[in-house]
Design a protein around this ligand. Structure first.
Ligand code: SER
Length: 321
């Protein structure tokens, strides 16, 4: 029987992943932890605790006490926020991963680890369109540097110690249940709040900035699929490219206008424009498709509909679309 620890369960990915994993493995077997309290649904549906992944003693106790067999380590400082506190972000992102990898190496019960990487491992010298699995990786953000170093450590722990760690390079993740925090791709979530609340949005990226994106349900399905895959089929132990869809702020705004015709978008690029420009516009994810059957089902029109409805509901509005 699996007993799963989620680190970062209060975050954008963790809050939805916890729910899905509880459906599969049983509520009582999925332990939701974070340095802040998760939402009520998570607190009421299964075990949860405040846990700081940087506190090794606390982490070891937790894992041994609850006989944890799998860890999903999702806690991180995202790209925009990391640029404001580079050394702190580096320490948090790296130390937390190394704590988890070391734990998996030492504690026999732990059979599998998931850790997310990002399109941020790529940089200005990477081919921007249909970016291959193996290519130039010269990230220029502290977040990207930490993710790239993290990928190397994951592969190292796999090769050297046999730690079964699995990873994907998420593109920008779009969801309405829990808001993201401090990322460069966050405009693609904020825009829906602007559209529903006041029919306008000031975008911090230029109108023609293409970035790879994915709707959260596809990201969650991919994550679970990878974690359930036969280890013998996995040829990548650093991190798998994941594509999804690619669009610009203008294209997203045009899609929203189909439902809210008087929606207005204005552009005021800030420091995150340079980050976005250093990342790919689209991703080649054929290796993930081949190795473990990665696929996506939500496209831009579908995602726009789900987001508008979901965000509207949060504000007590009902959209018949
Ligand atoms: N969505 C993340 C960010 O913008 C990228 O991994 O920071």
């Amino acid at each position: 029987m699996e007993r799963i620890l989620i680190i970062g369960a209060a975050g954008q990915i963790g809050s939805e992943l916890t729910v899905e994993l509880r459906k599969i493995y049983g509520n009582e077997n999925v332990f939701a932890t974070d340095i802040k309290e998760p939402n009520e649904d998570i607190k009421n549906s299964g075990p949860w605790a405040i846990l700081d992944v940087l506190d090794v003693k606390q982490l070891v106790h937790f894992v041994i006490r609850y006989r944890i067999t799998q860890i999903y380590h999702l806690a991180a400082v995202l790209s925009g926020n990391a640029e404001k506190i580079p050394m702190q972000a580096w320490n948090i992102n790296m130390e937390s991963l190394l704590n988890v990898l070391d734990l998996a190496k030492e504690v026999e019960d732990i059979k599998r680890v998931f850790w997310p990487s990002s399109i941020a491992v790529f940089g200005p010298t990477t081919p921007k369109d249909n970016t291959p699995q193996i290519t130039v990786t010269e990230p220029t953000t502290v977040y990207g540097i930490s993710k790239l170093a993290g990928e190397r450590w994951c592969e190292y722990y796999w090769k050297r110690y046999g730690v079964d760690v699995r990873s994907v390079r998420y593109p920008g993740l779009i969801s309405y249940k829990t808001e993201p925090g401090g990322g460069t791709t966050d405009y693609a979530v904020e825009i829906f709040y602007g559209a529903i609340k006041e029919k306008k949005y000031e975008c911090f990226l230029k109108e023609d900035t293409y970035l790879p994106m994915m709707f959260m349900s596809d990201a969650i399905q991919a994550t679970i699929k990878l974690m359930q895959a036969d280890p013998g089929r996995l040829t990548v132990r650093s991190s798998y490219n994941l594509g999804g869809m690619s669009f610009s702020p203008k294209e997203l705004a045009d899609e929203i206008k189909k439902y809210i015709p008087d929606f207005e978008i204005t552009y005021k690029p800030d420091f995150r424009q340079a980050i976005a420009e250093s990342w790919p516009r689209s991703i080649d994810d054929s290796v993930a498709r081949r190795d473990w059957g990665f696929n996506v089902s939500v496209d831009l029109p579908e995602m726009t509909r789900i987001m508008l409805k979901g965000v509207a509901e949060k504000f007590g509005k009902k959209l018949d679309i």
